[in-house]
Design a protein. Structure first.
Length: 278
């Protein structure tokens, strides 16, 4: 019987990508992680026996703890978190159940080294429009909720990356991994390389690609995303403020891609024959 403080893979999958997703903590041992070195999207690895040391790094009051099989390690860590007043659950069946359910998983080997604060750090060109908002949204929602983004003048991106240990993205330069490839935009590359190619995410990637590469024919929504993105770029002079505003935009587009593509809207609503609207 499932624990009353547990969550299934299918229910967790519905939370991942939302701005209110709980903190996800992977507490597998190094040996267990080596057997499958991938992470549930948005999950951060923490040592199971050092809860007191990383407790302050938890952002919210709700945490989902994940181990290999959903047994002693996640149960124990969740119990400690509840001891500290947090709402803590475990993932039923752990990463083994997550993988068996066919859910996406992020290969840790593709992620940049984290800084002393435990964050991934990224750098790109200033004055973002589409890709440079879409990619940070993807990283914050599905890879590293605490990721830091540096926006600098285009000629300095690579130098800043070297001096500050940041990972460059969406720049036209040799030896940059996270950028356009052929007809694919940077967002496409992130989705593919990080194993996040679910049907809703691929639908969103098509919209982003069309808006970012002047291909409005790819999807009817491309023109809308381009218009909203250009509007945001005119509204905000500060790049990080624009990023924060853009997070909500991509949250909405993703939820439409996942849950509402078949929904229509019209006004006035059709009335049954013989009835008059009040």
């Amino acid at each position: 019987m499932a624990s009353t403080s547990s969550i299934s893979s299918s229910k967790l999958a519905r939370l991942i990508g939302r701005p209110d997703c709980p903190d996800l903590v992977d507490v597998r041992t190094d040996e267990d992680f080596a057997a499958d070195p991938r992470l549930v999207p948005g999950c951060v690895r923490r040592p199971y026996d050092q809860v007191e040391d990383w407790l302050d790094g938890i952002r919210g009051s709700r945490v989902i703890v994940i181990c290999q099989r959903g047994l002693k390690l996640s149960e124990g860590v969740a119990a400690w978190l509840r001891h500290h007043g947090m709402e803590a659950e475990i993932l039923e069946g752990g990463t083994e159940a997550w993988g068996a359910s066919g859910q996406p998983a992020v290969p840790e080997a593709k992620l940049p080294r984290r800084d002393q604060a435990g964050r991934t750090v990224w750098v790109t060109r200033s004055r973002p429009k589409i890709d440079r908002i879409a990619c940070p949204w993807l990283i914050r929602r599905f890879v590293d909720p605490q990721a830091a983004f540096l926006f600098v003048s285009p000629p300095e991106v690579q130098s800043v990356a070297e001096r500050f240990g940041a990972t460059p993205f969406d720049i036209d330069a040799k030896n940059v991994f996270w950028t356009h490839r052929g007809e694919l935009c940077s967002f496409d590359v992130f989705v593919e390389e990080l194993g996040l190619g679910t049907e809703p995410m691929l639908r969103l990637a098509t919209i982003v690609r069309g808006a970012d590469t002047a291909r409005p024919d790819l999807a009817p929504e491309c023109a809308g995303l381009l218009a909203a993105s250009l509007g945001l770029s005119r509204m905000y002079a500060e790049d990080l403020a624009q990023l924060e505003a853009g997070m909500g935009l991509y949250d909405a587009f993703y939820r439409w891609c996942r849950d509402a593509v078949d929904e229509t809207h019209n006004w006035p609503a059709r009335q049954p024959t013989g009835q008059v609207a009040a």
